[in-house]
Design a protein around this ligand. Sequence first.
Ligand code: CO8
Length: 379
Amino acid sequence: MTSNVSSNIPVISATGLFTPNQNITNEELVKSFNHYVDKFNTENADDIAAGTTEALTHSSVEFIEKASGIKARNVLDKDNILNPDIMSPLFPERPDEELSILAEIGVKAAKQALDNAGRDVSDVDAILCACSNMQRAYPAIAVEIQDALGMEDGFGFDMNVACSSATFGIQTAADYIRSGNAKSVLVVSPEITSAHLNWRDRDSHFIFGDVATAVLVESKTIAPDNHWEILGTKLKTKFSNNIRNNFGFLNRTSPETRDDPDKLFVQEGRKVFKEVVPMVATMIGEHAKHLNIDPTKLRRLWLHQANAGMNRLIAQRVLGHEANADESPTVLDSYANTSSAGSIIAFHRHNADLAVNDLGLICSFGAGYSAGSVFVRKS
Ligand code: CO8
């Protein structure tokens, strides 16, 4: 899997992170949600009494923290999300000449990754915008980011594998390096998850947050001194309806639903939990074996940030013991689930302290189902 030609060895040269400066705690979120529930139940009291409408139930901070490990999330529009009459971010439409909001946050993360690597954008060969929700069908967001960064040569394209978009992007970038088709590829993951979350759904209203990350994947020959060598990448998909979003360009053609534009995130969280944990743990074990790596010797795991319990179980199966916060750091408590960006945020914030030759694993999992593992060694 890894090329023997040293010039074609792919590495992670640097990462970038954009965190929105608006933050919602569980307490604030639950207060707004419960206000909405009370209002709904009062307005529909007669129908609820007649049994034609089901009463809504309060959410609770205790449940959210115990079930998910999430304590807060960052968002791009706190006021409207918390307004019980709106419960969604509102982003005014921008003229076509103006940078789109998805590209805007992607550019912020991308610039930081380039700065951290000391790389001029003119030396980048390709930009992949890899995330869960694209703002539009075309032109590609990646091409808009390319333009905004002032990158005149090369190319960009969008790719979407939901929560696994970033690791699928890293493998795609690494393959460009391995084949000699590129020396420097930027994988950008802007995640405005707040726009596709149903903030009125008690089962999932607490799950997501907004963020953008960027990973600069390069040939070892041009990488800065401090980098992470990519030892191997592996991807897996298995169809499941347990995490789904039916939003798409055909919605307006469906006679049954054309007047209902809201197609939002839905999931069977408990099934996802039960099915994805063994799938991912097995995949990591097989991939480590293929690369001749003893998984119990991994210094750190940067796992997908969806649920603290899932990460506890996966880390335990991989390392052979209960992982501490140093071995499997979490960002879930303050960022919530940021889809494809989660494992990259964890890597970005928790890799500088490791020593040369330390081994680590970046791993994502989510809708599809999809999973991606990237084994790395500090150089
Ligand atoms: N407050 C209080 N009680 C609640 C609440 C709430 N907010 N919600 C549910 N409950 C109650 C339920 O009613 C139920 O009560 P009872 O037992 O009386 O029926 C009880 O709590 C237990 O409910 P659940 O079984 O649903 O709770 P779980 O313990 O399973 O926890 C979780 C729910 C936290 C959702 C958990 O199942 C989980 O995290 N699962 C994994 C999910 C996952 O990893 N998903 C990945 C999806 S992300 C992805 O792939 C990216 C998609 C693209 C992003 C798009 C942007 C939006």
